[in-house]
Design a protein around this ligand. Structure first.
Ligand SMILES: *[C@@H]1O[C@H](CO)[C@@H](O)[C@H](O)[C@H]1NC(C)=O
Length: 394
């Protein structure tokens, strides 16, 4: 009896704490020390962009980056000079810290606007691609109307078409999945024009929150005018935020497909996606120049709006300390009371609902077509190999 009386309150407490209580792990800040926390990638662009990734000194002296507590962190490109090979100057930042699980909250005043030739991304990348996974949180090209979120994995990971507000484009995260273009991964389009490019900026920017647990990877987008107060106050509670824009969960053991990922910001130009002739040929870009490269080379002022303005980047992790303490108490009680072994605390993920992946029939996003995209195969091929390469040098 005395065992039960101590056990019951403890169980209640554990249940409460297990509702993902997050505490701040890394605050990247909004001064120049932000850049101390990243490597500047300076190899040639793995995605074959018309870009020259420069080091920190060059970026700083050239006005491509700056930071101040009042204005936040500016990450831009050369918008003053005609470019020459290998391309327009830009930066690609890769966090020196790697993460497994967590809640990544990026508050942006501005992201690269919807400008022909641009291909910005905010994402997470592991070594030994694709075995450690990849999470693309913000990505798109040219005048793309809304944000695309994508995972890339080894075999055996696919997602269900439920639990999110976006539109499923492809369901299998495996980079060589049959029935999908090579390296397409599993992709969800936000569908909201305030989620990307100039539409995002016109809404005053906003927050991207990515929650990565053992059972799902969820991405929320909040325009600046509807950021949850628990985010603003630094006490984020994802269970209060409603349905995410993207939820990656289903027939996928997240823990065996994702670990040790770096946070990456980059802005490239043209290359395998933005510059693909069929992609460049869509919409209004083709009328500006014969090729993407020549447009980017000769029109520096077109890229004044091509920059990230970061108000904050914070990574939270579940405060497991209390969970563990309470969990140990319970285990001991159970052993005494019932002779049971230590409970397996791992939550069994949603098992095997592999709803057939419906392909989107949306026709509102000119640059993000459902199903195989002509450029995807090449884009992802080069992207991956290059990433592995770049990572070694990081
Ligand atoms: C940062 O650089 C941008 C682009 O060169 C410039 O417009 C902005 O005024 C700079 N901000 C600060 C605080 O120096």
């Amino acid at each position: 009896m005395h065992v039960l009386s101590t056990l019951l309150p403890a169980v209640g407490l554990l249940a409460q704490l297990s509702a993902a209580k997050y505490s701040l792990k890394d605050d990247y800040g909004s001064t120049d020390s932000f850049f101390d926390k990243f490597n500047f990638f300076t190899d040639s662009d793995p995605t074959n962009g018309y870009v020259s990734y420069v080091d920190r000194d060059t970026a700083s002296s050239g006005g491509l980056i700056n930071a101040s507590s009042s204005n936040g962190v500016y990450i831009g490109v050369d918008h003053s000079n005609t470019a020459s090979k290998p391309g327009r100057q830009s930066v690609r930042l890769e966090s020196t810290t790697t993460y497994t699980h967590g809640l990544v909250i990026l508050d942006l005043a501005h992201m690269p606007g919807s400008v022909c030739g641009t291909w910005p991304a905010f994402w997470m990348l592991g070594s030994d691609w694709p075995n450690n996974g990849e999470i693309d949180i913000i990505e798109g090209v040219n005048g793309q109307s809304s944000n695309q979120m994508t995972l890339h994995t080894s075999s055996g990971c696919s997602i269900s078409n439920s639990g999110f507000t976006g539109t499923l484009e492809t369901a299998d995260c495996y980079v060589d999945a049959s029935g999908q273009s090579a390296n397409a991964g599993c992709a969800i389009d936000n569908g909201n024009t305030q989620s990307f490019g100039s539409g995002f900026n016109d809404a005053g920017g906003g927050v991207y929150a990515t929650e990565w647990t053992g059972s799902a990877i969820n991405v929320w987008h909040f325009p600046s005018y509807s950021v949850p107060s628990d985010i603003s106050s630094g006490n984020p509670v994802p269970s209060n935020w409603g349905t995410p824009a993207a939820r990656f969960a289903g027939s996928c053991d997240i823990n065996s497909h994702f670990k040790d990922l770096q946070i990456v910001f980059d802005i490239t130009f043209c290359g395998d996606w933005a510059g693909d002739s069929s992609v460049w040929g869509q919409g209004s870009c083709a009328s500006k120049a014969d090729t993407c490269d020549s447009y980017v080379q000769n029109n520096p002022s077109a890229f004044e709006d091509t920059y990230w303005s970061v108000k904050s980047l914070k990574v939270y992790q579940e405060s497991s300390q209390l969970d563990i303490d309470v969990g140990i108490n319970i285990d001991v009680d159970l052993d005494l009371g019932h002779g049971k072994g230590h409970g397996d605390k791992s939550k069994s993920g949603k098992s095997g609902q592999s709803k057939s992946s419906k392909q989107s029939t949306r026709d509102t996003a000119p640059y993000v077509r459902p199903g195989p995209r002509p450029s995807t195969k090449h884009r992802r091929d080069h992207y991956r190999r290059g990433h592995g390469h770049g990572h070694v040098h990081a």
